[in-house]
Design a binder for this molecule. Structure first.
Ligand code: PLP
Length: 438
């Protein structure tokens, strides 16, 4: 029986569930950011979602800009995706043997992403990044990886390193439980600073297997690459014989039907995919040229496997999603909606005298509480007013808009965000900016 709206957001049923969850689940959540530690308060527990909206267990409706942290570009419970999953579920859940669905999704990925001729399915973005790293090391016979402070590649030990802003530093573990030895070959450079990458190559060029980069940084809010940055990474990799790995777990099929590599015209050697490729199911993928990909078992020596990899329900959801994105019409329809949203947000921030900036690429965007005109480095992101974001977040939530509960997450819009959803968001933002001004 549906709950009556509580008009308290989140309401008492969410609070009850959260208290109960904390007894048997660490922190009450299965992924840390969901716990609201970055903004305070207790999380909404979700009952269901449809289109641009999610509904919590107290019956509150929210315009959703989290979209399951990226996968739901078609909106929630897209009828074609749900039907594909239901049909497949009736045929059995998992077989541990090949299915035609895996090839159908692989063919879609290869047809949409220029640099991918061959693709291995895995179960998450973390697995995709982990496999991409092992593949790059195995293929080149080298050990070191360059990553960027503020870039996130899942909870892979060797990549869970963030040496902080500024100078290039040898890897320091980002979490207890990650031994120093495991990150000894991880070099951390500064995003949007080619000099920091060139320095790493000068010092360790012969042993650098790959650069691993988010082509649009989406785990330090939303920070696009400055002109020449991705091109410069490509050149350095070519010069030193390293592989360029794009972690497109977030950007893949979101910023462009051909991924960020198509949007920016820079070709990586290896691409890690997740989120949209599984249409909301737990799917990741690693792709690249056939000769590189065939370094993987069983054609090559680099081991990689998975009991549930290529899972029929995930493949069905991925096929139903990518086949709708392929012709570009969804991205074309989203663009003017995001224009309206961002113009409206900026206008309302200005009206209330709030230092506010938006950045966007394709169907992902970021909101920054800052007087800066552009945010391109991790230091710039760190300098933004996270306290103001926290207050903005809560007023938006109170007024029926669900944003990611952290100032360091990108935001996502979907094909289902129609004018009504945008207007509701802007009405809430008017109140939220007004509250900040006082
Ligand atoms: N890489 C990037 C760029 C991501 O944004 C994420 C997750 O947010 C991951 C990897 C990890 O993916 P997953 O959470 O599916 O393991």
């Amino acid at each position: 029986e549906p709950a009556q709206p509580s008009h308290r957001r989140p309401g008492p049923r969410s609070a009850e569930w959260f208290a109960r969850a904390a007894k048997t689940i660490p922190g009450g959540v299965n992924s840390p950011v969901r716990a609201f530690n970055g903004v305070g308060g207790t999380p909404a527990f979700i009952d269901h979602a449809r289109g641009a909206y999610i509904y919590d267990v107290d019956g509150n409706e929210y315009v959703d800009y989290v979209g399951s942290f990226g996968p739901m570009i078609l909106g929630h419970a897209d009828p074609a995706v749900v039907e594909a999953v239901q049909k497949q579920a009736a045929k059995g859940l998992s077989f541990g043997a090949p299915t035609g669905l895996e090839t159908e999704l692989a063919e879609l990925v290869c047809s949409m992403v220029d640099s991918i001729e061959s693709v291995r399915m895995v179960n998450s973005g973390t697995e995709a990044a982990m496999t991409a790293l092992r593949l790059a090391r195995g293929h080149t016979g080298r050990n070191k990886v360059i990553k960027f402070a503020g870039n996130y590649h899942g909870h892979v030990d060797a990549l869970l390193v963030n040496a902080g802003s500024g100078a290039l530093t040898l890897g320091i573990p980002g979490s207890p439980g990650v031994p120093e030895a495991v990150v000894a070959d991880t070099l951390v450079a500064t995003y949007n600073d080619l000099d920091s990458v060139a320095e790493a190559f000068k010092a360790h060029g012969d042993d650098i297997a790959c650069i691993m980069v988010e082509p649009v940084a989406g785990n330090m809010n939303c920070v696009p690459p400055v002109p020449g940055f991705l091109e410069g990474l490509r050149d350095l990799c070519d010069q030193y014989g390293a592989l360029l790995v794009f972690d497109e777990v977030m950007t893949g099929f979101r910023v462009h039907p051909g991924c960020a590599q198509a949007h920016f015209g820079v070709r990586p050697d290896v691409t890690a995919l997740g989120k949209i490729v599984g249409g909301g199911m737990p799917v990741g993928a690693v792709g690249g040229p056939r000769d590189v990909m065939e370094t993987l078992a069983p054609t090559g020596p680099v081991y990689q496997a998975g009991t549930l990899s290529g899972h029929p329900l995930g493949m069905a959801a991925g096929i139903a999603t990518l086949s709708q994105l392929r012709d570009g019409s969804v991205h074309k329809a989203i663009a003017p909606q995001l224009d309206k949203l961002l113009a409206g947000l900026n206008e309302r921030a200005q009206k209330h005298g709030i230092g506010f900036l938006t950045q966007r690429v394709g169907a992902m965007f970021g909101m920054f509480f800052t007087d800066a005109e552009q945010v391109s480095r991790f230091d710039d992101v760190a300098a933004c007013d996270t306290e103001a974001f926290g207050r903005f977040f809560h007023t938006m939530l109170d007024n029926g808009v669900y944003l990611a509960p952290s100032a360091f997450e990108a935001a996502f819009i979907s094909h289902a965000h129609d004018d009504t959803a945008i207007e509701r968001t802007l009405d809430a933002a008017d109140i939220a900016f007004a509250t900040l001004a006082h």
